[in-house]
Design a protein around this ligand. Structure first.
Ligand code: ZN
Length: 335
């Protein structure tokens, strides 16, 4: 039997037609990634004079406050437009009261960034875990349970303090019930109705945060399973996110990122608000250590991960890889 006499029927639609060459693939490409999609996270520690390398996040350091201005200038030159600062406090107490002090670390970081790069959009994390001596995301009772409503009252104070310092957008991450509505009302009442809220809407209690704990010198003993989502619960994540939409959030975020793309994609079908994904420390470390071992092509895999977020429905990606990605793009331009 000759080749032409087989039972193979030529397909009407050949998907490979548009994959034959780079120009054809580019013509029909559904998603792209550029610096407009990326928020960079930085760790700023008060009371130190030299950067401290974070061993679990190779390439990422805690910067002394005195170096913040220089780091922001460098990021600005690289084209990074969105920044999420995390503070490492040396003024921790039971309530995290430094966060609503107008001269506290949070307020100072925001003021320094805005003074250095007024066009840079500053989106501080709004929580207490880096500012409490017990490491929880709010006020705890005698049984180490975080008290929701008093914590929310303090979150409002922190939000207003951050807005007053010049924050463009706030990223509340405490996972307290009703926090978005309370913060929205508090911001509006204080005259900050144009300060937006990027809500950590579906934040899971995740082992992927491991490196972050080292990054922020977390005091936490135990876990956050009493307020963050259980990793097994996809539908509850959607309820959490839709509540944040009703409460006035401007952007809804899923965190961590890659292990929760199903939640992101399902959320994309339910809301018309912009969505964000947080590519967390453990995700960064997994790629970085694999790249250091020569197991993967770092740039290719980071790009693929970013595109995966876009494909799943995110408009915004928060990542420790943002600066590195900007450096790759800058090197392309020079080449
Ligand atoms: Zn927290």
């Amino acid at each position: 039997m000759s080749q032409s006499q087989t039972s193979f029927v030529a397909p009407l639609r050949r998907m490979r037609r548009l994959r034959r060459s780079e120009p054809l693939r580019a013509m029909v490409r559904e998603n792209h990634i550029n610096l407009d999609d990326l928020i960079h996270c930085i760790f700023i520690e008060e009371g130190i004079t030299e950067p401290v390398e974070i061993k679990t996040l190779p390439g990422i350091s805690r910067f002394p406050e005195s170096m913040l201005e220089a780091e922001i200038k460098e990021l600005q030159q690289l084209g990074v437009r969105y920044i999420m600062p995390f503070g490492i406090s040396h003024h921790k107490d039971a309530n995290g009261s430094d966060t609503w002090n107008d001269d506290g670390l949070l307020a100072r970081m925001i003021k320094t960034i805005k003074a250095t790069a007024p066009e840079m959009i500053v989106i501080p994390d709004i929580c207490f875990c880096e500012y409490t001596d017990h490491g929880h995301c709010g006020i705890i009772d005698a049984h180490h349970h975080v008290c929701n409503d008093v914590t929310v009252e303090n979150l409002v104070k922190q939000a207003v303090c951050a807005a007053k310092a010049g924050a463009d957008m706030l990223a509340p991450s405490a996972m307290m019930d009703g926090q978005i509505r309370a913060m929205r009302d508090g911001l509006d009442a204080a005259g900050y109705e144009n300060v937006a809220i990027l809500a950590h809407s579906a934040k899971f209690a995740s082992a992927y945060y491991g490196p972050f704990r080292e990054a922020v010198a977390s005091e936490l003993k135990g876990d956050r399973k009493g307020y963050q989502l259980d990793c097994a619960d996809g539908r509850q994540a959607l309820v959490d996110a839709m509540l944040d939409e009703q409460e006035g959030a401007d952007i809804l975020m899923v965190k961590p990122g890659l292990p929760y793309l199903d939640v992101l994609a399902r959320l994309r079908d339910r809301t018309d608000l912009p969505l964000a994904a947080y590519h967390v420390g453990g995700e960064y470390a997994a790629v970085k250590f694999a790249a250091m071992a020569g197991a993967v092509d770092e740039r290719a895999i980071v790009t693929e991960n970013f595109i995966a977020f876009k494909r799943a429905g995110a408009s915004v990606i928060v990542s420790y890889y943002t600066k590195q990605f900007a450096q790759w793009l800058a090197a392309d331009k020079q080449a």
